[in-house]
Design a protein around this ligand. Structure first.
Ligand code: PLP
Length: 426
């Protein structure tokens, strides 16, 4: 048994499915999930000593690459001064100030420990402010694993073919309406019928969790309009998109002002840190000012904040965004020049290799992908030294540490797979 298989066997004896998050399992691609010993820059080293170029990047969190020196130093320095107090610190104030300065539509932010928690808080707040119960989400969007969001969810829920999750009371699930992404007609119709019951419309402004799917022109503005028309809050779940395509929220880039924005992944610099924010008025309903309760022992702890603050500082200083976008485009162009029955969707440094030739604009399109073909491509890439997300319905990420050579090598591996697949007629 290989070291990896041995670890997996041990893991399965003590951790359900051997993984601490279902998206790390190899359920949809087959084989044994990888166990990592360390990471540096664009590469991870497995427990067997193999080096892989990493295009998962902790699902986008590691925008500067692994173990970036200045981030490591900031974390070590903070660790020596204490990691959490349950008492306020200056660094969390500085971090909140940075977020509000970089995302002008945020006047107040509350720091939490995960994207799930940020979304859960945003929904409770929207319900508290509007006095309504129902939430509208889009088919295939993933907003973390809180009860009301595990309805028609993307990411691991989609990959696992889980359509309804036992453990979620039907009364909770029935309060979540689901409409197709990129379909303004559908949501307009739903809101005409039920708008007076809807507390919030929540959306990934660019979807990462059914693979990368971009909003059609006018879609996001249409959501703002329809939310306004019916007095519902608009929540942009920017746990992936925030600080991913530029040094702000995606909302800022497209000039739309949601009522609430959730942030996570990138802003934590690789530590557990997320945020929910909005106008002073809206956020003023959160305790201790308002009556909507939310709290957290480790919320805004200085260790995570040190990593996040340093990451934002480096992103601002180095502005790696144009380079990451150029690398993304280089990869997509190289792959798409060759591909049939297959294409690379890409925005900035985010991409998905969809095993379908048709463009993907919503979940129904995404589901036309040949997931077995994706599994073969995934393993071919892994054998060639590249770690891609181990599922079709996920986004892959390019970090500031990746180079043209890394991207070209991945493109070559994909193209060689395409050639051999054509020869086999698969
Ligand atoms: C990852 C993700 C979440 C959940 O964040 P966690 O930190 O995993 O709880 C929520 N929303 C979106 C859009 C995400 O991509």
């Amino acid at each position: 048994m290989s070291k990896n298989e041995l670890l997996y066997t041990r893991a399965c004896a003590v951790i359900p499915g051997g993984v601490n998050s279902p998206v790390r399992a190899f359920g949809s691609v087959g084989g044994t999930p990888v166990y990592v010993a360390s990471g540096k820059g664009a590469r991870v080293t497995t427990c067997e000593g193999r080096t892989l170029t990493d295009f998962c990047c902790s699902w986008g969190a590691m925008i500067l690459g692994h173990a970036q020196e200045e981030v490591v130093e900031a974390v070590c320095r903070q660790a020596e001064k204490g990691t959490t107090f349950g008492i306020n610190t200056a660094i969390e104030v500085e971090f909140a100030e940075r977020l509000c300065a970089l995302v002008p539509c945020l006047e107040r932010v509350r720091l939490v420990n995960s994207g799930t928690e940020a979304v859960m808080t945003a929904l409770r707040l929207a319900r508290g402010v509007t006095g309504r119960q129902r939430i509208v989400k889009f088919d295939g969007c993933y907003h973390g694993h809180s009860d009301s969001m595990l309805v028609a969810a993307g990411s691991g829920v989609l990959t696992g073919g889980i359509t309804s999750t036992p453990g979620i009371p039907p009364e909770v699930a029935k309060d979540t309406f689901v409409v197709p992404y990129n379909n303004l007609e559908a949501i307009t119709e739903l809101m005409q019928a039920k708008g007076n019951e809807v507390a919030a419309i929540i959306v990934e402004p660019v979807v990462g969790n059914m693979g990368l799917v971009q909003p059609k022109p006018g879609f996001l503005q249409g959501l703002r309009d329809v939310a306004d028309r019916h007095g519902a809050a608009l929540i942009f779940d920017e746990v992936i998109t925030g600080f991913r395509f530029g040094l702000s929220a995606y909302a800022q880039t497209v000039g739309i002002r949601p009522d609430l924005i959730t942030l996570g992944k990138v802003i934590g610099g690789g530590l557990p840190l997320a945020a929910v924010g909005g106008s002073a008025d809206f956020m003023g309903h959160l305790a201790p000012v308002g009556k909507v309760y939310q709290a957290g022992t480790l919320s805004g702890n200085p260790l995570a904040v040190a990593a996040g603050l340093k990451t934002l500082e480096i992103l601002e200083r180095d502005n790696p965004y144009p380079r990451m976008a150029a690398l993304g485009k280089r990869l997509a162009d190289a792959v798409n020049a060759k591909a049939e029955h297959f294409h690379c969707a890409q925005l900035g440094g985010v991409f998905t290799l969809f095993c379908t030739h048709a463009p993907v604009t919503n979940l129904a399109d995404a589901k036309r992908s040949d997931t077995q073909s994706y599994a073969r491509r995934f393993h071919h890439a892994l054998d060639a030294g590249f770690y891609l997300p181990p599922a079709q319905f996920e986004a892959a990420f390019i970090s500031a540490a990746h180079t043209e050579a890394d991207v070209d090598a991945l493109a070559d591996a994909i193209k060689s797979q395409l050639l051999s697949a054509e020869k086999r007629g698969t």
